[in-house]
Write a protein that binds this ligand. Structure first.
Ligand code: NAD
Length: 360
């Protein structure tokens, strides 16, 4: 395998995350085993902010004076666009027209129509174009996917996927519609993509509501309920005004329940061991009696740890490089990103009409 060079347009918080990962294997302030990505290096960047140009230099990157200069450098094999969301489309198209391969940060752009123009540009340029849907490599997601795929709780009938914070929507470009702000495009793009990656078959129906607690212009939270053709209901929820977080995942199967508390995959599964054993002893509740809601005794259920799933986010770029060399298909296909984009559009339509939207 030959060596590849990456240049970054937009060296903000996330652009720098890519620099650290690629060059150093940087991860949560520490380092991944094995360090940076083999045969791959970030060599330079361009940012409109002078302070980020200085930062680039201080961290061993060549600060290009303009995007044109970056695109004219024959050493650059691949470009990452990591600017505010509204700029992904024009910049990605420019990169492709300059004959370079390109990765766009998520969300790829603001509408399916705009995305189609980007796809057309990549077809014309015959260059690799993909999107950094990095949360397909999240271990919490892969754990739930394993529970689903291997029917560890029997047939799954409901999944709740939540991301909660209490800092409101960030005060930067994420708070303004013209820059593609709002929590659907910011976090929804990840957790909805995960739903589409996990559950096979069509999404028949989508119903969504937004919150505007700290921002009137864009949604600072949302709740979207997807009904898949196999009957599974998938709740995707983002909140930025939640001072107590609900668990990251709540998974209900016919034979048990799983809770994944957080991104570090703390949690457990509880499974039925004997459906026939009738252990229900009525319990007294505040002002009544219930058998239905009586907790189970230990002899009909078993508590188990979550299955362990390991992943390596460096595989995202390893796959992009293999795709450039024609050895592998892209793991984040443009078709899958388009489907997610259309799902987000259905969510906006549902909020507008106040009704469920038929989707696929
Ligand atoms: P940021 O504001 O920290 O950085 C954006 C940078 O782009 C800034 O330094 C800005 O000066 C620069 N910029 C703006 N216009 C430019 C232009 N025309 N040319 C060159 N540089 C320009 O934002 P961020 O948090 O780094 O987000 C950047 C992108 O990454 C967004 O699309 C965001 O959605 C995405 N993101 C992805 C993840 C993920 O996990 N995949 C996480 C955070 C952010």
């Amino acid at each position: 395998m030959r060596d590849f060079n990456l240049a970054i347009i937009g060296l903000g918080g996330m652009g720098n995350w890519h620099r650290e990962l690629v060059n150093e294997g940087g991860w949560f302030g520490g380092k991944l085993e094995g360090g940076g990505i083999e045969h791959f290096k970030v060599i330079g960047s361009f940012d409109i902010k002078n302070e980020r140009q200085i930062f680039a230099k201080e961290h061993g990157l060549h600060p290009y004076n303009s995007m044109e200069e970056l695109l004219a450098d024959p050493k650059v094999d691949l470009v990452l666009v990591s600017t505010p969301n509204d700029l992904h489309k024009p910049l990605v198209i420019k990169v492709l027209e300059a004959g370079k391969n390109v990765v766009s940060e998520k969300p790829v752009t603001l509408s399916s129509g705009d995305f189609q123009q980007m796809i057309d540009a990549s077809v014309k340029a015959k260059k690799i174009f993909t999107v950094h849907q990095n949360r397909r490599w999240d271990e919490d997601f892969l754990t739930v996917k394993k529970i689903y795929d291997e029917k560890l709780l029997g047939e799954i009938f409901r999944i709740e996927s939540r991301v909660h914070g209490s800092r409101g929507i960030p005060g930067d470009w994420r708070g303004s519609p013209e820059h593609g702000g709002g929590m659907v495009l910011d976090w929804g793009v990840h957790i909805l993509d995960q739903a589409l990656q996990m559950i096979p078959g069509k999404v028949k129906k989508v119903y969504a509501t937004f919150t505007h607690i700290t921002n009137e212009l864009v949604e600072d939270g949302f709740s979207a309920e997807l009904t898949f053709e196999n009957g599974l209901v998938y709740l995707a929820e983002v909140g930025t005004n939640n001072f107590i977080n609900l668990p990251r995942w709540y998974v209900l199967g016919r034979d048990g329940t799983a809770v994944v508390e957080d991104f570090s995959v703390n949690g457990k599964m509880v499974r039925i061991t004997d459906w026939n054993k009738n252990d229900a002893v009525p319990i007294k509740t505040a002002a009544g009696l219930t058998k239905t809601m009586a907790p189970r005794t230990k002899d009909t259920i078993k508590e188990e740890p979550l299955p362990a799933v390991k992943s390596d986010i460096r595989d995202f770029y390893r796959n992009v490089l293999a795709a450039i060399e024609g050895r592998e298909k892209l793991k984040v296909s443009l078709e899958s990103v388009m489907r997610n984009m259309k799902l987000m559009e259905a969510i906006f339509r549902s909020v507008k009409t106040g009704k469920p939207e038929q989707f696929e």
